[in-house]
Design a protein around this ligand. Structure first.
Ligand SMILES: NC(=O)c1ccc[n+]([C@@H]2O[C@H](COP(=O)([O-])OP(=O)(O)OC[C@H]3O[C@@H](n4cnc5c(N)ncnc54)[C@H](OP(=O)(O)O)[C@@H]3O)[C@@H](O)[C@H]2O)c1
Length: 269
């Protein structure tokens, strides 16, 4: 896929962090943008800024993707606007730190709905159109958290394992259709993610020393589309080490080590 064929991208979670950075970098490449998230004011401001600075077309679609049928509704609106989506970036997602049973049920269920169900539905809506025209790409944002179970981030890590497995499987399925699928797996990155996930300050602080720049993450993702690479671990060499260690350790050893590393500061067991 070359930039000359890339016309319109739809980005979920475009109001901040990695999604916003996707919007900025794609706008620099003169890609028109459909921006999806809940914060309409932020999306409008971003859309206006990018349209002015780069001469692109932008569309704002304020939507809560935890709503049932979200993917189908987004696709319906895109159809009503008469748009063809050449690049789908399934980026919207959140985590929730803490002991599984101590965190609100709604947070777990909404996380599954957003991180998994909406991503599957949006992929289901747009992949067949890309296959039919024999061009297009999908970036699904997973995480290095998807490479091993993570106590105290159990639902989040499992959701990202789903995204990783799902995306790699689709990558292989669509090789003959000239469509590309990338599982983007960042390590800790400088965004609102840690605040949203209710990480305790002490734990957030220790990670802050090694946070990656979202610019680097998005550059890696766009390169992976070009090179048709199914999985990209991004955000520094340490992240490559982490995902590779998890391949060789026995799973009980691995998960016990992660439990110790992520145990809430006040917990003594
Ligand atoms: N930052 C990291 O360390 C890291 C590492 C690995 C993977 N990731 C993944 O990267 C992706 C982007 O996260 P980020 O780090 O950029 O965090 P972020 O700055 O908190 O961005 C999350 C985005 O998702 C949107 N969103 C949240 N709930 C939504 C909903 N119900 N409906 C529609 N949009 C919703 C938010 O917009 P609104 O609030 O306006 O809806 C926001 O634009 C996530 O999938 C995350 O799991 C992050």
């Amino acid at each position: 896929m070359t930039q000359t064929t890339m016309q319109t991208a739809l980005i979920t979670g475009a109001s901040s962090g990695i999604g916003l950075t996707f919007a900025e970098q794609l706008a620099e490449q003169h890609t028109n943008l459909v921006l999806v998230a809940r914060s309409e004011d932020k999306l409008q401001a971003l859309a206006q800024r990018l349209a002015q600075n780069h001469g692109i077309k932008t569309w704002v679609l304020p939507y809560d993707l935890t709503e049932t049928d979200a993917g189908a509704q987004v696709a319906k609106t895109v159809d009503e606007w008469g748009l063809t989506i050449d690049l789908l970036v399934n980026n919207a997602g959140f985590g929730e730190y803490g002991s599984f049973s101590d965190r609100p049920r709604e947070r777990h269920l909404n996380m599954v709905q957003l991180n998994i169900a909406a991503l599957v539905d949006l992929t289901y809506q747009f992949l067949p159109r890309m296959r039919a025209k024999r061009s297009g790409a999908i970036v699904n944002v997973s995480s290095i958290a998807g490479f091993q179970p993570m106590p105290y981030l159990a639902t989040y890590a499992a959701s990202k394992a789903f995204v990783l497995s799902f995306s790699e499987a689709l990558w292989a399925e669509v090789q003959d259709d000239n469509v590309r699928v990338v599982a983007l797996c960042p390590g800790p990155t400088e965004t609102s993610f840690f605040e949203e996930a209710n990480f305790p300050d002490s734990m957030g602080d220790s990670m802050k020393s090694s946070l990656a720049d979202p610019e680097e993450i998005v550059r890696d993702a766009l390169k992976a589309i070009e090179s048709n690479t199914p999985t990209v671990v991004s955000g520094g060499f340490l992240n490559q080490v982490i995902v590779n260690i998890s391949r060789f350790l026995p799973r009980p050893v691995l998960v016990s080590a992660v439990e110790k590393q992520f145990r809430p500061p006040s917990s003594s067991t």
